[in-house]
Design a protein around this ligand. Structure first.
Ligand SMILES: C[S@@+](CC[C@H](N)C(=O)[O-])C[C@H]1O[C@@H](n2cnc3c(N)ncnc32)[C@H](O)[C@@H]1O
Length: 465
């Protein structure tokens, strides 16, 4: 790690003078240092912790330096490994996520009773870092709606949700305006807003070239529009978590003031430990609390996060659901042996999907209002009274234990994930799941004369080792 020459925009540095906790020299130095930090957040549904240690993988594909102090599942790594060539990454055992972002866990834990069923919206969700984190913190009978306005990014979000392997998430592709159709529906809304991106300067030099004061103003206007569009969908007393990866007061504290003046939101302070070195800020007008991460103070990138309670009630609107096309009894009989639970509602939308029975009503309301891209778990297609299973089922937490599994060596797993000939000769015929270190990777179908690799094209490793 050598010193590099980075020219930070003088206009940004000047505008940060006076921002609580800003130390110009230290801030400039940390950007020049060339230091890069790598952190991951493990998927507790797939990878267990025993006595604070990651269990059952030998050898671990990386070396853990220490834990991210504000997250129960976050770890710093000593160096950045090749995640592409780690089968566990493809199995959804962890998500590569910048450490400051994991502070969302504190925001949710300290403002919300996470042990009860909740309806949560992650409005600006792609590629899914915060969504996968929120999912891990919720009960299985909570519903998480992850939305992304840009269609291609919604596709990436869907892939990451499939890898995470849960059944209680819906991915939508909507403009924030469309959420006015869901008046008072959500208990919690997370807005990780598009911003001018100064918090990412250390990782992405392009962000430096793209930064301008004009863009900060543009982002600030957009942030207000997004919030104004979505706030009606939050129920009275509901929680809003607002975050950006910008240091600019216009996109952070000024938005907090605006939320209080214009929307009568109430700021909720969070408890932070001194040794975390997170800076608590007060918005100039209302004193609303916000939490700012400076890379010269914390081991992570730039972030601002602030929590609010909605003090105004919402009209009591009875939201209508749409009728879901249910799977037939015959289809159910074919599908159920592939699942480890009967507590799912099976419905059809090209394929057969499953969603926890307790979420059906709320899901039908979401489906009526929004452009759903993915819901629950895609199970497969029933053809000639047999199931052709979907990749998502293999990676999900609802696939039956009785399905045959074939453990692969590291080299076989990489060839399988490249969708090339893995060179395996299974003992049994038919559909079976390829595993690596006991984690599911995907399907093959072993026929009499050949083995068909069903790893999806869009997920495959394109690089050669
Ligand atoms: C900071 S990123 C979200 C990162 C994500 N929350 C995560 O943790 O992986 C902001 C997202 O907002 C989306 N976005 C851009 N313009 C938007 C708009 N006008 N309304 C809503 N979302 C928008 C972007 O496409 C982007 O995916």
């Amino acid at each position: 790690m050598g010193k590099i020459s980075v020219k930070l925009p003088a206009e940004l540095l000047n505008s940060l003078e006076g921002v609580t906790g800003f130390d110009r020299e230290a801030f400039e130095n940390v950007h020049q240092s060339g230091e890069q930090i790598t952190s991951i957040r493990i998927n507790p549904a797939k990878w267990s912790m025993v006595d604070g240690e990651l269990a059952n993988i030998h050898p671990l594909p990386f070396t853990i330096d220490h834990e991210v102090p504000w997250s129960s599942a976050g770890f710093y790594l000593t160096q950045r490994p090749s995640f592409t060539f780690d089968p566990l990454f493809h199995a959804g055992c962890y998500y590569v996520q910048e450490a400051s972002s994991m502070f969302l866990e504190q925001a949710l834990q300290q403002t919300t009773n996470l042990s009860q069923p909740l309806k949560v919206l992650d409005l600006c969700a792609a590629p899914g870092g915060k969504s996968t984190h929120i999912q891990s913190l919720l009960t299985s009978d909570s519903l998480l709606v992850c939305n992304e306005v840009i269609k291609s990014r919604a596709g990436i979000l869907k892939q990451n949700i499939i890898k995470w392997g849960c059944t209680n998430v819906v991915v939508t592709n909507n403009d924030p305006q469309h959420f006015s159709r869901l008046i008072g529906f959500f208990d919690v809304i997370v807005v990780d807003a598009p911003c001018s991106g100064s918090g990412l300067f250390r990782r992405d030099e392009e962000a430096i070239n793209e930064w301008s004061k004009e863009n900060v103003y543009l982002c600030c206007g957009r942030q207000k529009r997004i919030l104004a569009d979505v706030l009606p969908a939050l129920k009275g007393n509901g929680i809003l978590v607002y975050s950006t990866c910008s240091y600019s007061k216009d996109e952070d504290e000024d938005i907090a003031d605006w939320l209080i003046y214009e929307w009568q939101m109430q700021s909720i302070p969070l408890e932070i430990k001194k040794e975390w070195h997170i800076i608590e800020s007060k918005a100039p007008g209302t004193g609303a609390r916000g939490y700012r991460f400076f890379p010269d103070k914390v081991k992570g990138e730039g972030l601002y996060l602030s929590c609010f309670r909605k003090t105004t009630g919402t009209k009591d609107v009875k939201l209508k659901g749409t009728k879901l096309e249910k799977a037939t009894t015959k289809e159910e009989a074919v599908v159920l042996p592939w699942l480890n639970t009967k507590d799912v509602q099976l419905f059809k939308a090209n394929l057969i999907y499953g969603i926890p029975s307790s979420l059906t009503e709320n899901y039908s309301i979401v489906k009526n209002a929004l452009n759903v891209q993915y819901a629950g778990v895609a199970i497969g297609e029933v053809m000639k009274e047999k199931l052709v299973p979907e990749h998502a089922l293999a990676l999900s937490n609802c696939v039956a234990d009785a399905i045959p599994k074939l453990p692969l060596t590291y080299e076989e797993a990489i060839r399988y994930l490249q969708k090339s000939d893995a060179g395996i000769t299974p003992d049994v015929k038919g559909w079976q799941i390829m595993t690596y270190e006991n984690h599911n990777l995907g399907w093959i179908n072993a026929l009499n004369n050949r083995v068909n690799n069903y790893y999806p094209k869009e997920f495959r490793i394109l690089k050669q080792m």
